[in-house]
Design a protein. Sequence first.
Length: 328
Amino acid sequence: MKAAWYEKQGPANKVLQVTEVATPKPGPGEVLVRVHSSGLNPTDLKARSAFSSTMKFPRIIPHQDGAGVIEAVGEDVSAGRLHQRVWLYEAQYGRAWGTAAQYIALPAQNAVVLPENIDFDTGAALGIPALTAHRCLFADGSPRGLRVLIHGGAGAVGSAAIMLAKWAGAWVAATVRSPAQAEAALAYGADRVLYQGKDDIVQQIAAETEGQGVDRIIDVNLMENLSVDLACLARDGVICAYATPDATAAVPVPLLNAMMQGCVLRFVYIYHAPQSAKQQAIADITRCLQQGNYHPRIAAQFMLEDIADAHQMLEAGGVTGKIVLHPA
């Protein structure tokens, strides 16, 4: 079978290769999935470029997310799972083998049934973004009836957060940086779109919420936004951060201001979230999909041989939507 891999960290066009490799076999508790779509995330770029750690394995097949069909099951896995359409999450976490291949063997719990009305590219766009967004939104209770501010509303996690928040019954404002991103955020369901660096976000949020502020803030760049977040936050509200521009970044918190707000600061690294939280997220994401409320935008599609181009496109920024690979 064909797979993309690297044996040293570095630039995509220098370290990524695509060759024939042995097709894996499912071990105990595992399933073998024929990958139809492989989703690309910033975390895949960070792993390849040594953002926060060195190589954990001699050879790595990248990508955490994907979707496909179960073609074989290992010991202790019901034969009833054969031929299921599934979406995959954390495929390469703690393992050398990700979804940038025609086949992958992984724990059965990491292959989730994909509703029949959902295509494989959408399935490959779930995984990290959807699970992260759900954890940010639901870790402190349902957002139903609450006001939510989402920074980076056109991004992978930001767009997932908009769709899940609206499905759950929240009012949502989202920040963007361009008209194209604004159009995307509105299409995802945002009630109000604000331009980062152009609009007075604090003033606009105050006007939209009658001075009460927002109950939850989902933040892709806490270092840049903390002062705005605190000014927009309702009493006893939650600021949830899920990304960092640098592995050693630190954020000074104005303690008195945060105390007076009763502010809760939550940080999400989805790989370390409790499995119970992921299972609840999976259940909610499935319902959201089945009800037609989850519709991520696919920005670009590449064949597996062009994986370096896909990585470089995501690294260059400016992509509104998900990048997927087709290994076939």
